[in-house]
Design a protein around this ligand. Structure first.
Ligand SMILES: [Zn+2]
Length: 179
């Protein structure tokens, strides 16, 4: 690593230059980002199965978006992050039930979040749930995200820092057998 070749930060491209510079400093230290992330989030969540994930996401939906159709499927997806460069996806399908039209939602969450702190899982869950109501990443969308999780933006930054850490060759954290 030389000073003339700064670490690329594709996951943090939208953040201010000063913050990117701080992240580069952190990533340039051995264990720097790892120690920072583990100090912030020492523990992994215990929601390792799709069934546990569904219950978690459905409970959040019930609290904030009770009327936004039905959650039909919620799964961890191994291919998501790699293939589509997405951390989560949401798809909707309208189905006729008697005289009513019901919307069924399917949410896929990148498998990366299976071994992660609860804050990270919460961030991606809140993001995908917000898409039940708002399709675009606009002001209304982020207002809904921060309504569901006041620290949404902080957690999104930390998720992106973690991705940058892994991209730079750092160890996976929070998993069985890691650290
Ligand atoms: Zn989105």
């Amino acid at each position: 690593m030389s000073a003339s070749a700064p670490i690329a930060l594709p996951y943090l491209a939208a953040y201010p230059q000063a913050l990117q510079a701080q992240v580069r400093q952190l990533l340039a230290q051995p264990q720097g980002a790892q120690e920072w992330l583990l100090r912030r989030h020492p523990k992994a969540h215990a929601l390792r199965t799709d069934k546990a994930l569904f219950a978690y996401v459905d409970a959040l939906k019930t609290s904030f978006l009770r009327k936004a159709g039905t959650l039909h499927k919620v799964v961890y997806d191994n291919k998501l992050h790699v293939v589509r460069n997405a951390l989560g996806t949401h798809t909707r399908r309208s189905v006729v039930q008697g005289s009513r039209l019901n919307t069924r939602h399917e949410i896929r969450i990148a498998a990366l979040f299976r071994q992660a702190p609860e804050a990270f899982l919460r961030m991606i869950t809140v993001h995908e749930l917000a898409h039940l109501r708002e399709q675009d990443h606009d002001k209304a969308f982020y207002a809904l995200c921060t309504h569901m999780e006041p620290d949404y933006h902080q957690y999104e930054f930390e998720v992106r820092l973690y991705l940058s850490h892994v991209e730079a060759g750092g160890a996976r954290l929070w998993g069985e057998g890691s650290v």
